[in-house]
Design a protein. Structure first.
Length: 125
């Protein structure tokens, strides 16, 4: 399995926003959506504010592959289920990284529904 380089982790982890486009069943990319991204250790995560019913989240389930852009990095990725044991830690990273926003805004990604729609981004070779 491919891993992120240190440079990619730093650039994407420091980016405020990430563009994510998932693959349709025919192999074409959907229109990219913009979202927050966080780094925890050597992994990168995104969450759906609308939980598992969010349109872009449902799109990631079609083929579990797509493309991201953030911090000057363009990368094909696999969408993996995040380890639910990391929910509290990922919440803390979101709160720290996006602390300049109100609790109400950050609360959109640190709630039970968003936690259930946490995706680990895995680079593809």
């Amino acid at each position: 399995m491919a891993t992120w380089t240190s440079d990619e982790l730093t650039k994407i982890g420091n980016a405020d926003e990430l563009e994510l486009a998932s693959l349709r069943s025919d192999g074409t990319l959907r229109k990219p959506v913009i979202m927050w991204v966080v780094r925890h250790g050597d992994d990168l995560y995104v969450r759906s504010m609308h939980g598992r019913s969010g349109a872009w989240f449902r799109g990631t389930l079609t083929r579990r592959e797509g493309h991201i852009q953030a911090g000057g990095v363009d990368k094909d990725v696999t969408f993996a289920d995040a380890d639910r044991d990391l929910d509290d830690q990922i919440d803390a990273v979101y709160r720290t990284k996006y602390r300049r926003y109100s609790d109400g805004v950050v609360g959109g990604v640190v709630n039970p529904g968003a936690r259930a729609a946490t995706i680990k981004l895995v680079p593809r070779s």
